[in-house]
Design a protein around this ligand. Structure first.
Ligand code: ASP
Length: 327
């Protein structure tokens, strides 16, 4: 259902920029104070989450940091009950529990992550607190929830009526068996380059719908769902997390850029490695998105339909990704 949504043309933003099917999206525009040698600001995110890049752009275009931009941007999707793969309203696990995963990384290479967090709408902000307020990188489950409470985050029931109804239906049809579902992969991964030339990234998801309790995918795993090196660039992923973890996908893409590949070439190689390990298997989706220090971006996916949203000095646009399996 969401994949169809991505495929539909959309135009968002003030610049009347092109719209097209996309698995990633991005925004760029002139900064309020353009006294900078950075090619930024630029913000990109997976899929066509235009409201999220718009929000991040608001931070970047007034001189804000890449870190503040990506946090503010992905919070938009976390709070949206209409997005059933991120935050509030996310589809639950097979026991009806909404468990959220998120991670964040700053230009200094600091990072924070929460896994299987229940009852908090903004796992990305809890992950940032893990990064800034603890000596750790990852907090999981009950420990993450206790930390969130200590930090003053408010609890909330995240299972909406719509997601509960779909889950009830799934239980009848799927007989409680977790399944691979290429239509359910709308994780938001966001990368930003600010006016000072610094890169930060964030990734947040409710994970695969109807997963086994305790399952964690790539999204909160530094190196898999998100990675950046401020000297080189950043990358993020969406899709079947198990496959991204197996190849440490985002780390791979940043390392390929370090070796001289463009963001596009690096994303293509990341997808190629996963396809090689899955000879003949086509029942899952993977998409990678990357940015380098020059503000160049790239994206590639296995199945068509992935696009990204970009906001930069030229405005806001939806960019279709190339795909390995053009159908
Ligand atoms: N990558 C996410 C996960 O495996 C799912 C997704 O992107 O839809 O949890």
């Amino acid at each position: 259902m969401h994949r169809r949504k991505f495929l539909k043309n959309s135009s968002i933003g003030t610049a009347g920029i092109l719209s097209a099917p996309a698995l990633v999206s991005c925004s760029e525009a002139p900064a309020a104070n353009p006294v900078t040698t950075s090619p930024g600001p630029v913000v990109v995110c997976t899929w066509d989450f235009g409201n999220a890049t718009e929000k991040a752009w608001g931070v970047l275009s007034t001189g804000g940091s890449a870190l503040d931009a990506v946090e503010a941007g992905v919070r938009v999707e976390e709070a949206d009950p209409g997005n059933q793969t991120v935050g509030y309203g996310g589809r639950p696990d097979r026991d009806g529990r909404v468990t959220l995963d998120a991670c964040i990384m700053d230009p200094e290479g600091n990072c924070g992550s929460v896994m299987a967090l229940e009852g908090y709408v903004h796992p990305i902000s809890v992950a940032r607190k893990v990064m800034e307020e603890t000596p750790h990188v990852i907090l999981v489950g009950e420990g993450a929830a206790r930390f969130a409470a200590e930090q003053g985050f408010e609890t909330q029931d995240l299972l909406t009526d719509a997601s509960r109804a779909e889950w009830e239906q799934w239980k009848v049809e799927a007989q409680y068996k977790p399944v691979i579902n290429i239509e359910n992969h709308d994780t938001i991964g966001m990368l930003a380059l600010d006016v000072n030339g610094n890169i930060a990234g964030a990734c947040t998801t409710s994970g695969l719908a109807y997963k086994m309790q305790g399952r964690v995918g790539d999204s909160p795993v530094i190196g898999a769902g998100l990675y950046l090196d401020n000297a080189v660039g950043g990358a993020t992923a969406t899709g079947m997390g198990e496959e991204v973890v197996r190849t440490v996908g985002s780390f791979l893409i940043v390392e390929l850029m370090r070796q001289g590949r463009t963001p596009q070439e690096a994303c293509e190689e990341g997808v190629r490695r996963i396809m090689e390990k899955n000879k003949g298997r086509r029942d899952f989706q993977i998409g990678f998105l990357a940015i380098n220090k020059a503000g160049e971006t790239g994206a590639y996916c296995i199945h068509p339909g992935f696009s990204y949203r970009r906001f930069d000095g030229k405005g806001h646009r939806n960019i279709p990704s190339e795909s390995a399996l053009k159908s």
